[in-house]
Every structure is written in C-alpha cells, then in structure tokens.
Design a protein around this ligand. Structure first.
Ligand code: GLN
Length: 473
C-alpha cells in the first residue's frame, strides 16, 4: 500500500518510474474510504482535482507528485475552508492559496484533503471542532490531541502521506506526540502565515506533520522563506534542512529543564523521557541540568496574550464579511450579535470574552501589558539557556492522549496540560515532537508518547538531527 509510505520512499519510487503520482492518489482514496469513517480525520477531500494535478506533476521537483493533507485553517484556492466552525461551514470557499500552499505547489506537491481541528485552532483535543469528532488511531476511545488533531490522525492512520498543521501553543507538537508521528513548529517567522486563518498572530506558525524526521525536513525545505505578504516572515537563509540531518548527537549539550518535571507529569511519561535521554547520552550527547525559572508563569501568560490577539483577529467574523449571517436581524448591531452568537462555539466565545476583558481599559495594564513583560522574561530564560546548551529536551504533554470528553467541563485542566509546549511559542523558538515510546492504557492499547526538543532561534537543523537520532535508536 503506497498510502503507508513516507515522502522519502515514494519519491524514490516516483523518480525510478516504478509508480506514478496518480497511483499514490488511488492508494490514498482506497485507504481513506476504508478507514476515515472510523477515524474522522478529514472534513473534506477532492480526489478529482488532486488526480488532475497528479497527472501534471513535475517529478523533477523536490516534492513532485506527493499529496499533502492540509489543516482546515489554511486557505487552498477553490476549496472549502471551515476552521471546524459553524461560522464558515458550507459558507466559505477560499479565493486564494496561502503562501505555504503556493510554495508546496512550487515544490511539486499536491494539496489533498482538509483535516479536522479544534474550532479556530483553540483547544488541545480536537473536541472543540463544531463539525466532527476525530479519534486517535492508536485507540479510538481517545482524542488525537489538538488543535491539529485531524492532521496528526490522518498521517498516523496512513490516510495521508504527510500533512501541514499550525502551532500557536503546541498544536503541531502535542497531537504529533499523541498520535505517534513527527511534528515540527518552526521558529516564528520561518514560515509565512499569509493565508493561515489568524488565531494569535504573534504565536502562530505553520509546520510539517510527518511519518519520519527526513520527511519533516523535506516539507520544511518547501514551505520556509520570506514572503512580502507577511511582514513578520524572515529573510530566507536558504538552509537545506536535510543537509545535517544524519550528523548525530556526539558532543551536543542537551539541557534538561527541571521546571518541566513537576508533579503534573505522569510517571509513565517521565520514564519514557528518562529512557530516551539516556539513549541520547549513550549516543554521545551530554545531558545538562538547566533551569527555565519563569516556566510557572507560561500558561497564565499564554492564556492572556493568545485570547487577547484572538479577540481582535476574530472580530472580522461579523456575519457580513465572512461566512454565515443570522437571519431577520433587528438592526446592524443585532446582526453582529446574532451571527456571532450562532456561529461561534463555547470555547471560541470563552476566548473572545477573556481576550476582550484583558484588553479593556482599566485592565489592559494589569493583564495584557504585564503578560507581555513576563513573555520577555520567558524568552530571556531560553536565550540564557542556549548560551550553554545546544538544545533542550522535555516531555511534550504531561500524559498520553486522554479519553474523549475527559476534561470537557474543565477548561483550566486542559489549559494546564499545555505547560510543556506554550513557552516555545511565547519565545518564538522552534520545537519538534518525535515518537519516543508508548504507554499501555487501562484497556491495553498502546498510546504513543513523544519527546520534545526545543532549539535556539532558527535552530531547526539541530532539532532535526537530534530527532533523527531518537528515531533511529
Ligand atoms: N492548546 C492551546 C490552545 O488551546 C494551543 C492551541 C494551538 O496551538 N493552536 O490555545
């Protein structure tokens, strides 16, 4: 089955003339028809368009003929975009390609399928999707993580070759960990956000979700670079992320931050971490105990800044410019009010209300400005740490994938579970989750667990080579 293979192995077969891009689409269609009803990873797919594009694929390009599943908050021209929200469902067709999609096409890849997510990427279970539930392929009674849970599930279930996700506070790395795949959040500015529906603009990044570390590097190569349409995108340094990937870890100093191992971390997760860290040490790395002293404020800081930005970004959904419009409004204000009340789900409303509150005059300085100051301290923690270590190791999440609905009426517990991932977004540094082991659930299923590796600004190459070592151990 071609659907089970990685980009790397499919590319070898394509260039050797053993298979065609249409064969890959056919295999994916069969796999999706067989499995997606049970997994629920996709919100939409268009095999006909993909097959047409596959027929014209230029195999000389780095991703020539490779289909990529796309999280449904990234615009793909001519395709529906929902952000898993009632606001947009059935009411919006993308008029343009996001820059990452243009870049994928320029590299020869074919966008295929829109993957489920928490509504507007707010959440960590995909349970906030207003459209459907996604199950973890390793255990359908459990969540795939989120918010890029659909992308993680389809890659893990071999109903996609690879996918794009977005990460504002962990949404690529955490579902990758829960589903047993590789997920990379690039440095802020590495990848253009143009055409990604904005959640929290100073934190959002698009990144690869793949079956292997090599595939993550290939996909990253394709999507990075300066974009005049995103003023926060960085000048291209023309890094080839595959170049140093087999370099190994000999002589690397890997920091282990004591603050990431609080009582919240499940002992089974800690055990997998210790085992993996010991293997890296045996492979020649040096483990260095470090401190990131402001870690305890990261969750609170994030849940002020992210909702503040969200409340502003989501004001564009007013019932006039995008998506569904409430019927029979009494006047303009009533139209806004009704459209937003009907269109947004509970978590999105919670964030908008929270964000509006922390930005309101009288509270702005106490919450928003204060949070920005703490954010600077969190970033300084990392800059100080990277003066002494090459990368930082930690768990991705305190537990393996929870059961559906486990924290449904307890948002705070869910927010606190972001403890290991959100500081990287606040600091703007890159992070990767690579499969490190499995824990057995009470029902005997084997739940995947990832290792998180964090690096200095633009340090993706170091992360990839450490991750590749973990993958090979
Ligand atoms: N779980 C975090 C939140 O709900 C992160 C989401 C994300 O990265 N998009 O905000």
């Amino acid at each position: 089955m071609l659907s089970t293979e990685s980009i790397t192995s499919l590319r070898a077969k394509l260039t050797a003339g053993e298979i065609t891009p249409v064969d890959i689409i056919d295999s994916l269609e069969a796999s999706i028809n067989e499995k997606d009803a049970a997994i629920g990873g996709y919100l939409a797919f268009d095999f006909d368009t993909a097959r047409e594009e596959a027929k014209n694929a230029d195999l000389s390009l780095p991703l020539g003929g490779i289909p990529i599943a796309i999280k449904d908050n990234i615009n793909v021209k001519g395709q529906p975009l929902t952000c898993a929200s009632k606001f947009l469902e059935g009411a919006f067709i993308s008029p343009y390609d996001a820059t990452v999609i243009t870049k994928l096409r320029e590299a020869g890849a074919i966008p295929l399928g829109r993957t489920n997510l928490d509504e507007f990427a707010m959440g960590s279970t995909s349970g906030n999707s207003a459209i459907k539930r996604t199950n973890n392929p390793a255990d359908p009674s459990r969540v795939p993580g989120g918010s890029s849970g659909g992308s993680a599930a389809v890659v893990a279930a071999d109903t996609a070759i690879a996918a794009l996700g977005s990460d504002t506070g962990g949404s690529i790395r955490q579902p990758a960990s829960h589903c047993g795949i590789v997920g990379l959040k690039p440095s802020y500015g590495r990848v253009s956000r143009y055409g990604l529906v904005a959640f929290a603009s100073s934190l959002d990044q698009i990144g690869p979700m793949t079956k292997s570390v090599d595939d993550a590097a290939l996909l990253l190569n394709a999507i990075t670079g300066y974009d005049p349409a995103d003023s926060t995108s960085l000048e291209d340094d023309n890094t080839d992320f595959t170049a140093d990937i087999d370099g190994g870890v000999k002589g690397l100093k890997l920091g282990v931050p004591k603050e990431y191992f609080s009582d919240a971390i499940d002992p089974a997760i800690k055990a997998i971490f210790d085992e993996t860290a010991a293997k890296l040490e045996a492979a020649g790395a040096e483990l260095v105990p470090i401190s990131l002293p402001h870690t305890e404020y990261a969750v609170a800081t994030y849940y002020i800044i992210a909702p503040a930005e969200a409340s502003s970004n989501l004001s564009r959904f007013d019932g006039i410019r995008y998506g569904n419009r409430a019927e029979n409004p009494e006047n303009l204000i009533d139209l806004y009010r009704k459209s937003r009340a009907q269109g947004f789900g509970a978590e999105v409303k919670r964030r908008i209300i929270l964000g509006t509150y922390v930005l309101s005059s009288g509270y702005h300085d106490a919450y928003y400005t204060k949070a920005q100051k703490v954010r600077t301290l969190i970033r300084k923690d990392f800059t100080d740490a990277f003066a002494n270590v090459d990368a930082i190791l930690s768990p991705v999440a305190p537990t393996a994938a929870p059961k559906h609905g486990e924290n449904a009426d307890d948002p705070l517990t869910e927010y606190l579970a972001d403890i290991c991932t959100i500081a990287a977004n606040l600091a703007g540094i890159p992070g990767i989750s690579v499969p490190a082991g499995t824990v057995e659930s009470d029902s005997g299923t084997k739940l995947p667990v990832g290792l998180q590796i964090l690096g200095p600004d633009l340090g993706e190459s170091i992360l990839l080579k450490i991750a590749k070592t973990v993958e090979s151990l």
